[in-house]
Write a protein that binds this ligand. Structure first.
Ligand code: AP5
Length: 231
């Protein structure tokens, strides 16, 4: 029986999607969060919302994100701590793009302990650089609902129009080719060390993210089922 036809299961923990830009974290995190009816927490989306409403945090973050660098830990940590304290997170949540530095991971571990959550489950999305660049440059996002498309692998039915709500599809400013190498560099330098950090703790599960969306979804479903069976 497909997971979505079963009675809603409880996640009761944090699931973390860890992987380079364009590896499919957002695509799969949304699906997994939907299956467990828990919030999908993308720090990239949260920061882009701050930018859209020109909040003080958004004004600080915009030039940094436009350059493809990471927003300072101090700003991101406060934003995340406030979000996971909300009642809708009490049965778990799915992180996409957080933590991104060892400092963020240590802080998250402390937050989860304080709030009585068990250890997080980390899904490491593994994929080569050539495919990442194709996925990032091909990505288009709905301006209204945020649905993610790809002009190569998941085009909308009508060019540049969202299938769900008719919203205009746009390219993210940091998806331009000249910014991508900086984002990949930031990933290698600051985020990739989290792979060995979480592996040492025994929380890491590796996924071949180069497969089709459906195959990746299935692998993740199996990994999460084995994690839930093991606790
Ligand atoms: P963020 O928004 O998190 O971007 P990212 O990590 O660079 O990841 P992306 O959103 O680019 O890719 P994704 O892995 O989610 O892939 P997607 O599913 O969209 O961060 C943006 C910026 O915000 C950062 O650079 C930083 O400045 C700041 N920031 C955010 N969090 C921060 C933090 N914690 N600390 C500090 N700064 C932070 O898929 C990509 C494309 O591929 C799509 O078109 C999709 O349709 C397609 N696709 C997906 N899966 C497949 C598949 N299996 N087969 C074919 N196509 C696929």
């Amino acid at each position: 029986m497909a997971l979505e036809q079963r009675p809603v299961a409880k996640l009761d923990r944090a699931v973390i999607f860890l992987g380079p830009p364009g590896s499919g974290k957002g695509t799969q995190a949304k699906v997994l969060a939907g299956k467990f009816t828990v919030p999908h927490l993308s720090t990239g989306d949260m920061l882009r919302e701050h930018i859209a409403r020109q909040s003080p945090l958004g004004l600080q973050a915009k030039p940094i994100m436009d350059r493809g660098e990471l927003v300072p830990d101090s700003l991101v940590l406060k934003m995340v701590a406030e979000r996971i304290e909300r009642p809708d997170c009490s049965h778990g949540f799915v992180f996409d793009g957080f933590p991104r530095t060892v400092t963020q991971a240590k802080y998250l571990g402390e937050l989860l302990r304080r709030q009585g959550f068990q250890q997080p489950f980390v899904i490491h999305m593994i994929i080569g650089t050539a495919l990442l660049i194709r996925r990032i440059t091909g990505r288009r996002i709905c301006k209204v609902g945020g649905e993610i498309y790809n002009i190569y692998d998941r085009p909308p039915k009508v060019d540049m129009v969202c299938d769900n709500d008719g919203g205009e599809l746009i390219q993210r400013p940091d998806d331009r080719e000249e910014v991508i190498s900086q984002r990949l560099h930031a990933y290698q330098k600051l985020t990739a060390p989290l792979v060995s950090y979480y592996r040492r703790l025994g929380f890491l599960h590796e996924i071949d993210a180069s497969k089709s969306m459906e195959e990746v979804e299935q692998e993740i479903e199996q990994a999460v089922a084995s994690m839930r069976g093991a606790r």
